[in-house]
Design a protein around this ligand. Structure first.
Ligand SMILES: NC(=O)c1ccc[n+]([C@@H]2O[C@H](COP(=O)([O-])OP(=O)(O)OC[C@H]3O[C@@H](n4cnc5c(N)ncnc54)[C@H](O)[C@@H]3O)[C@@H](O)[C@H]2O)c1
Length: 362
């Protein structure tokens, strides 16, 4: 079986169209962008004949099995529902949505349509995540004990719609690795805002903060916590987007500077020769898991976001071909997105504890 895919939004989407073109289970690929010049430029460069002027025009066309949306965040909730209602499968860039009501609406749309929805979360398909998962599965971390996540990125000069964007509304890259590794959900959050937005940074979301620092309590008896810092404005610090995971026998820490080596820690047994257990640290450069991919798209693992893009495409396409739910279906996506929505609520309430809805799976 081969499926035909429409890629919508050709900023970030221009990275994904060639992966679909190369995937052995994909037939035709079409592109759509609200900016006709951009559509023409990308389609010409990639040799794509099928182009549409709008999502509506694309959905009115016959054929086409699936749509991958990479449009600005404010369109995700409505466009995902349009795609699912048209009878197509839908992949969407993060975040799933920015209100709890919209998360519920997308779960309902997925269930009612009987089609696949997948949130394309790069963090859980990065080479660093594959390495962390291997360490955990091999017992080298021991029992999980703590998580950290950071996404620090200056959004000055980004498209206008990012102005004043609540950092925690984009929490998935920094939090989902913890939730995926612990195989659980965030039960509640306490979050403080740091650095009140200056007037030139306030956007449509109203007053808020440049940085938001949250403590997420994970569900389960282990009393696990994920400590996540999100910052988009007013922080004089270079880009960082990653996670660290700690167990009672070892740990994997994200580098201080993006692109540097991760540090893997191993703790030795206690000896009489010293106080405290010895911990060694080694540099690691994770290689991912390209053997999981069709040979034709392995070359794309050299791309951005930890080489995650071809894995995301492969999982979305395979889930359709194999007629099964994708790894990050609507309930999992809501489980990873809602904690950030609740964290921003907590920050607006001065750090009050906010319960995170339970979407029933993760
Ligand atoms: N690591 C990640 O997962 C990651 C990284 C970057 C961006 N993103 C997400 O990808 C999405 C796109 O990001 P970007 O940086 O490319 O944004 P962008 O604003 O730079 O580009 C968006 C593109 O979509 C087009 N567009 C806007 N509205 C449209 C509509 N209604 N129909 C069709 N096309 C439309 C625009 O013309 C533009 O070409 C965002 O949701 C962002 O959050 C995710």
């Amino acid at each position: 079986m081969s499926i035909d895919v429409i890629v919508v939004g050709l900023g970030f989407g221009a990275d994904f169209a060639p992966i679909y073109q190369a995937h052995p289970d994909v037939g035709r690929v079409a592109v759509v962008d609200a900016d006709p010049d951009r559509t023409a430029a990308v389609a010409d460069r990639l040799g794509i004949a099928d182009r549409f002027a709008s999502l509506e025009e694309a959905l009115a066309a016959d054929g086409w099995d699936a749509v991958h949306l990479l449009t600005p965040v404010r369109f995700h909730a409505e466009q995902v529902q349009q795609v699912l209602r048209s009878g197509r499968h839908c992949a969407s860039a993060v975040p799933m949505a920015t209100t709890l009501d919209d998360l519920d609406a997308l779960i309902a749309a997925q269930d009612e349509s009987g089609r696949n929805y997948m949130m394309m979360e790069t963090a859980v398909y990065s080479r660093e995540f594959f390495h962390a998962k291997r360490l955990l599965d091999d017992g080298r971390l021991g029992r999980l004990s703590y998580f950290k996540g950071d996404h620090l990125q200056n959004l000055d000069g980004f498209p206008e719609y990012w102005r004043g964007y609540p950092p925690m509304h984009y929490v998935t890259h920094a939090l989902s690795p913890a939730l995926a590794l612990a195989d659980t959900r965030a039960e509640s959050v306490r979050c403080l805002g740091s650095s009140r937005l200056t007037p030139e940074h306030v956007g449509v979301a109203g007053d808020g903060f440049g940085t938001e620092a949250g403590l997420f309590k994970l569900a389960g008896d282990e009393a696990l916590v994920a400590n996540v810092t999100m910052s988009f404005f007013q922080l004089g610090r270079s880009y960082l987007e990653g996670f660290s995971v700690y167990g009672d026998q070892g740990a994997l820490e994200w580098p201080q500077l993006e692109g540097g080596p991760m540090k893997e820690f191993r703790m030795a047994p206690l000896t009489e020769a010293r106080r405290g257990r010895e911990v060694t640290a080694v540099d690691v450069e994770p290689s991912g898991a390209p053997e999981l991919l069709p040979a034709a798209i392995r070359r794309f693992t050299s791309g951005g976001h930890g080489g995650s893009h071809p894995y995301l495409v492969h999982e979305f396409v395979s889930s359709i071909v194999e007629d099964r739910a994708p790894r990050v279906d609507a309930r999992t996506a809501a489980t990873w997105t809602a904690p950030g929505i609740c964290a921003h609520q907590s920050a607006l309430q001065g750090g009050a504890e906010v319960q995170v809805p339970d979407y029933g799976t993760r």
